[in-house]
Write a protein that binds this ligand. Structure first.
Ligand code: SF4
Ligand code: FES
Length: 275
């Protein structure tokens, strides 16, 4: 059966599937790693991809073998932990869907599925499908914050935010930091992630005091971490489970130019508002 998700009010009948998995196994960062083939039996088409891996791991544990290591936490598309390449596509074949929300009905009974970790120098493999994405944390630490005083919650309308800016900031804030954009990019560029984080705060009035320092700091850290540059392939946007638009990259480039010119003493027109 070939599934494509549910239409409203229609749930496809459950199918019990048998699959063959080709999984990247790598003991640690120093291990060369290799693909290992595993059968996956008694897989319900209603399971998520991670639940399917759970079933495979239970069988491995029962045989006294090392289970496949993979990252996960929320299993509802929020935390960004569960990234992996599934048949060469970041998070698998469904658009705007994290691996944890990918259902097995997306595949056919008898399919062979290849599962790999993100491949990027800045995301070294920790074990099997788990990579170290702390480079993203360091990019955020380089500017992804505001310095407004904390304290009791401010009145909701104390700082008016234009509707268009609020909507765009929310779009950027949807980034869950999964790293699929990096994994999908032929240059392993982190521009989409960094642009989302820069824009999320740079669009809001509360984010203006640090706007120039933020974009300079986060771009410098992105470069220092060894991510590649953007050459407009747009694979990042296609792979992003939260549909973050590449327009945020253009926005970040403009912010970066304005910040650089301002540092050199040129008039900093263009960074006075929240647009
Ligand atoms: S921009 Fe999209 S793909 Fe990249 S880290 Fe954010 S949510 Fe993941
Ligand atoms: S496990 Fe949290 S987004 Fe997939």
């Amino acid at each position: 059966m070939r599934g494509g998700g549910c239409r409203a009010g229609h749930h496809p009948p459950e199918l019990i599937m048998k699959l063959t998995l080709h999984v990247w196994r790598q003991r640690n960062a120093g291990d060369r790693g290799r693909f290992v083939t595993y059968p996956a039996s008694d897989i319900s088409s209603d399971m998520s991809f991670l639940e399917m891996l759970d079933v495979v791991n239970e069988a491995l544990i029962a045989r006294g073998e090392d289970p496949i290591a993979f990252d996960h936490d929320c299993r509802e598309g929020i935390c960004g932990m569960c990234g992996m390449m599934i048949d060469g596509q970041a998070h698998g074949p469904r658009r705007a869907t994290t691996a944890c929300q990918l259902h097995m009905r997306t595949f056919r009974d008898g399919d062979e599925i290849t599962i790999e970790p993100w491949r990027a120098d800045a995301f070294p493999v920790v074990k099997d499908l788990v990579v170290d994405r702390s480079a993203f944390d360091r990019i955020v630490a380089a500017g992804g914050f505001i310095t407004a005083r904390t304290g009791s919650a401010p009145d909701g309308n104390a700082i008016p935010v234009p509707k268009a800016a609020a909507d765009l900031a929310m779009d950027a804030a949807a980034c869950i930091g999964c790293g699929a954009c990096v994994a999908a990019c032929p240059n392993a560029s982190a521009m989409l992630f960094t642009a989302a984080k820069v824009s999320h705060l740079g669009l809001l009035p509360q984010g203006q005091p640090e706007r120039r320092a933020r974009v300079r700091g986060m771009v410098a850290q992105m470069d220092a971490e060894g991510f590649g540059t953007c050459t407009n392939h747009f694979e990042c946007e296609a792979a992003c489970p939260k549909s973050i638009s590449v327009r945020f990259i253009a926005r970040m480039n403009r912010d970066y130019l304005v910040a650089t010119l301002a540092d050199r003493g040129a008039p900093a027109s263009g960074d006075s508002g929240t647009g």
